[in-house]
Each structure stands twice: as C-alpha cells, then as structure tokens.
Write a protein that binds this ligand. Structure first.
Ligand SMILES: NC(=O)c1ccc[n+]([C@@H]2O[C@H](COP(=O)([O-])OP(=O)(O)OC[C@H]3O[C@@H](n4cnc5c(N)ncnc54)[C@H](O)[C@@H]3O)[C@@H](O)[C@H]2O)c1
Ligand SMILES: O=P(O)(O)OC[C@H](O)CO
Length: 446
C-alpha cells in the first residue's frame, strides 16, 4: 500500500543517457507508471531497448518494462518531457546537451544524476548546467545522488538517495526555505523501494557525489595491494574528512557529508564490489595499467579517474590540504608506486585528528554559503576542554562525525595562517573574503 508522500501523480519522463544508471532509472520510472522515454546515443542500444527490452551493452541481463521506449532524438525527448533525468558522464554533459538545451522550458524540471567534476573547467555539474541551460531554466535544476548501484535499482532492491535543489527565499515572513522543487522531484521518483530525501545543499551533494569516486579508487588500490580492513577504514574516514573540507571550502554544508550523498555513497562505493571505481583501484593495486583497465570496461566510465585530476587542481587552488587525494592522483596519473605513496602519507608530521581552530570554526560559524542551511552543530553547546576555553557540555560533534572544517577562510588548514590568532586571521584578505562567505552571526534555525 502506498504511504503518504509516495507518488500518485504520473508524468512524462525523459531519461537522457543510456548507460547503466540511465537505464536503471528509466526502468524505475517506467515501473512507477511514468510515461518514460530513454534517449541514448547509439542506434543499437535504442533498437535493443525497443525490440528486445534490454540494454545489452551497459546493463545486460536486466529486463526493461515493455512500456519503456528509447529514442536517438535528443531534442524530441526533451520537448515531450515534463521531468528529465540527465545521466550522461560529467565530461560529456556540455557537448551532449549543447544546442538541445535551447528546447528546455520553465515548466519542465531537469535532474542531474551524474557524479563528477569537469576536467576542463573544474566545475561541478550544477555549475556546468548553469552555463548551458537558458537563463529562465536555471531555477528548474535538481541533483540526485547517494548510494545507488544501477544493478540494484534495476532489480528493485531497497535504495535511498538525496535529491537536492537550491531553495528559494520565501516572502511574507514565512519561515524556512522553499524547497518545493526538490519536494516535487522527491514525490515523483519515490516508491516503497526507492526512497528520496530532499536537501537544499546542492554544493555539498554534488561535491560528495563526485569525490567519493576518487576515494573508492583509493580503497580499491589499498585492497588490491593486500592491505587489510584497518587500512580501508582509515582511508574512508580520513578521505571523508578531505571531502568535507573541500565541500565546505566551496560553500557546502558539513552535515551533508554524514548523509546519503556523503557517508552513504562513500561506504557503498569504497566497499561494494559492484563499484567500477573501486574495481579500477583494485586492478591498479594488483599491478595492471590504467590504460588496459579502461580499455577492458566495455565503454563504462569510472568518473573518479578524471575527477582525481580535477580535484587535485581544485584543492591546490582552494589551499585545502588533501594528502589522500594528492596521493591518488600520483598513483593513477603519474605512475607513482602505491606502496611508497602510502608510506609517505603515513609518515607526515603527526597532528591532532581535528585541528583545534577547525573545532572552534564548527562551533561558532555558519554552515556554508547557502543561507538556507540549518547548522545543527550550532545547537550543541561547546565543550569544557581546556583547549577550548569558555566552552562546556557535550562531546564535540566534529569528533563524533570525524569530520569538520575551518570555515574561517578558503585556505583552512595549512601552514602559518592556521596558527594566527582569530582576529588577525579574520583581518587577512582570505579572512575578509571568508567573513562574507561565512558570516559570524548564525542563520536562524528552524
Ligand atoms: N552506474 C551506476 O551504478 C551509477 C549510479 C549512480 C550514478 N552514476 C553516474 O551516472 C553517470 C553516468 O554513468 P553510467 O554508469 O550510466 O554510464 P556507463 O558507464 O554505464 O556508460 C557510459 C555512458 O557514457 C556514454 N558516452 C560514452 N562516450 C560518450 C561521448 N563521447 N559523449 C556522450 N556520451 C558518451 C555512453 O553512451 C554511456 O551512456 C556517471 O556520472 C556516474 O558516475 C552511475
Ligand atoms: O560504479 P561506480 O563506482 O561508478 O559507483 C556507482 C554509484 O555512484 C554508486 O552510488
């Protein structure tokens, strides 16, 4: 029996992208009863879905409902659809959507389901799409992310994901953000087997979804080298710390990292054998060459490979220290010896698990540029540790979650700046910029 909140409204869905995730989502939408058309580049894929109800190249062995049809006409699929799911690998999004984006109309909704960062521009998918879609369509974009292997969704295994869309300010003194767009997508896509949560933290959801792929390669390498469970758990934890620092440096909410798009997808992809990214890492760890691994994947993508390059550059630009992300880049793209990289990373200067000024930042600052964030960390009184004067009460949430961030600047944790007194740091140019981005006064908390 359908519970309140599960969709009873049917609409015309267009799935743009005929890889494994696009096919699984199209199967899910068709099963829900939506009038669904899948756009794929290859005529062979389109013919096979229409005639044999299967996508043999990207999702072999998973039958499609007969009501699901496929088409090679991208503009035609866009024009007919009320809800579109865009499931093209990140590096091809701009070229694929291209001219066809002009067909988008403000009554429609486009949900990106891709996870990556552009190699050429270092932009998230949201930033890419803002530059491609018509101006009046920019408020019609949403992002679906979270732990979701295509094969499991295609077979109707229980799955939970996050749908993020930017909140719009409410008028007339109404409280809370207007998250109607995410709520509509949530309602249209949820089922008792596919539960969507909603969020207004587009940056956090996008950064987490992109970066977990790089971490999954790292965990695969660790396993491939023969390291044990301790090593994998350390990588997951410290990797999530780096992902959090990067997401927050770009304006994301740290709490998003403990959600489905963050922790949820990190755990799935870093431990699940269905992950292509983890598999690439495993094979690298066992000594295969990246070129050979990719050539054997039958056209499937491992988004973490290009994202590893993009994030290394981005982290350096942001001044965020990311030894794991740096190390992965060296192994994947510079041919460094993985064993030696592990030794180097483990031999760095010893430090506290969470830097003290980061803890202060978590306890006193706003959670990201998105003015609609609820910073639950602000609700926790700080602690009575002598290192944190004037603070008493609960354990530190940053330690419990084992992630936290310095929201006092875009160069949060490195070098001399970290040791400056608060006021001097705030007076520095990054500090001034940061105080615009992270105002000292907290947002209202609902
Ligand atoms: N597969 C999953 O389980 C899964 C789950 C969640 C998110 N995702 C994300 O979905 C996105 C799509 O991945 P996928 O797994 O569906 O793809 P896939 O790896 O199964 O297939 C590759 C896709 O890339 C397309 N492609 C190849 N070259 C292209 C080009 N030059 N221009 C345009 N398209 C090209 C192919 O047509 C195919 O659709 C990725 O960002 C991925 O991270 C995948
Ligand atoms: O197979 P991967 O590594 O691309 O991961 C697929 C999904 O992103 C898991 O949520």
């Amino acid at each position: 029996m359908l519970k309140v909140g599960h969709n009873t409204e049917l609409c015309k869905v267009g799935v743009l992208g005929g890889g494994s995730w696009g096919t699984a989502l199209a199967i899910h939408c068709a099963r829900l009863g939506h009038d669904t058309v899948l756009w794929a580049r290859g005529a062979a894929t389109v013919d096979s879905i229409n005639l044999r109800h299967e996508n043999p190249q990207y999702l072999p062995g998973f039958p499609c409902p007969p009501a699901l049809t496929a088409s090679c006409d991208l503009e035609g699929v866009i024009k007919r659809s009320e809800l579109m799911l865009m499931v093209v690998p990140t590096q091809y999004i701009v070229a694929t959507l291209g001219e066809a984006a002009r067909a988008l109309r403000p009554h429609q909704i486009l949900v990106s389901c891709s996870k990556g960062i552009s190699l050429s521009s270092l932009e998230t998918v949201d930033e890419l799409l803002q530059g491609v879609v018509p101006y009046e369509f920019r408020s019609r974009l949403a992002y679906l992310s979270g732990p979701s292997f295509a094969a499991e969704v295609a077979t109707g295994q229980p799955t939970a994901v996050t749908v993020a869309a930017k909140a719009r300010k409410r008028g007339g003194g109404e409280r809370g953000p207007d998250d109607q767009l995410a709520a509509r997508v949530q309602s249209l896509l949820s089922s008792p087997r596919f539960r969507c949560y909603r969020s207004t933290d587009v940056v956090g959801v996008e950064m987490a979804g992109a970066l977990k792929n790089v971490l999954a390669i790292a965990c695969g390498i660790s396993d491939g080298l023969g390291f044990g469970n301790n090593a994998r758990a350390a990588l997951i934890t410290r990797g999530l710390y780096e992902i959090t620092k990067l997401a927050v440096a770009r304006g994301g909410n740290p709490l998003t990292m403990s959600g489905l798009a963050g922790m949820g997808d990190v755990v799935l992809t870093c431990t699940g054998d269905l992950s292509r990214n983890r598999t690439v890492g495993l094979r690298l760890g066992r000594g295969e060459r990246l070129r050979d691994i990719q050539a054997s994947m039958g056209g499937a993508v491992a988004e973490g490979v290009p994202t590893a390059v993009a994030i290394r550059t981005l982290a350096r630009k942001l001044g965020v220290e990311c030894p794991i992300m740096e190390g992965i880049h060296r192994v994947i793209h510079e041919g460094a010896n993985a064993q030696e990289v592990v030794t180097e990373v483990m031999s760095r200067e010893l430090k506290p698990e969470v830097a003290p000024d980061i803890i202060r930042g978590v306890l006193t600052n706003n959670g990201g540029t998105n003015s609609n964030h609820h910073n639950h960390l602000l609700e926790c009184p700080a602690r009575s540790d002598p290192a944190f004067p004037g603070i008493s009460g609960h354990p530190n949430p940053a330690t419990l979650a084992n992630f936290s961030v310095d929201r006092s600047g875009s160069a949060p944790t490195t070098g001399i700046q970290r040791n400056l007194p608060d006021q001097r740091r705030l007076n520095s140019i990054p500090g001034q910029l940061a105080s615009q981005v992270y105002p000292r006064s907290p947002p209202s908390i609902d």
